[in-house]
Design a protein around this ligand. Structure first.
Ligand code: SF4
Ligand code: SF4
Length: 105
C-alpha cells in the first residue's frame, strides 16, 4: 500500500492519486484542525510539469516528515501512521492542501 495517498492531482508529484516525491514535509505549527495543516512539498504541475521519478525509492514516496506536533500521530517530527491521506481541491498554492489524517491531541 502507498504511504501517501493524495487527491491533489494538480501537484507535479502526483500520479494516479499517489505521491511520488522523494520526501514529503507536512507543515502546520500549532494546528488544531485539518485545514491548518498542509503539504509543504506541493509543486504546481502547471509550473513544474510532472516530477514522478522518485530518486530515493523505486516506488512511491515513503519518506514522510511532519512538523505538526499537535497531531496525535506525530512522533518527534515524523508521522507514525503507515499511510496518510492528503486532500485539496483546485489547488494552486501549497496552503490549499491539507493532511486529512490529522487528529488533534
Ligand atoms: S501535494 Fe504533497 S502529498 Fe500530494 S502529491 Fe504533492 S507532494 Fe505529494
Ligand atoms: S497524520 Fe498527523 S503526524 Fe501524520 S502527517 Fe498528518 S498531521 Fe502529520
Amino acid at each position: 500500500m502507498a504511504r501517501i495517498n493524495c487527491e491533489v492531482t494538480k501537484c507535479s508529484h502526483n500520479k494516479s492519486g499517489i505521491c511520488y516525491a522523494n520526501c514529503v514535509d507536512i507543515v502546520g505549527n500549532s494546528a488544531v484542525k485539518e485545514s491548518q495543516t498542509c503539504c509543504g512539498s506541493f509543486l504546481n504541475k502547471l509550473l513544474y510539469s510532472e516530477l514522478t521519478n522518485n530518486v530515493l525509492s523505486s516506488s512511491s514516496c515513503d519518506c514522510l516528515k511532519c512538523s505538526v506536533e499537535t497531531c496525535t500521530y506525530n512522533d518527534n517530527k515524523l508521522c507514525s501512521l503507515e499511510a496518510i491521506q492528503v486532500s485539496g481541491d483546485s489547488v494552486e498554492y501549497y496552503t490549499q492542501t491539507s493532511c486529512s489524517s490529522f487528529k488533534h491531541q
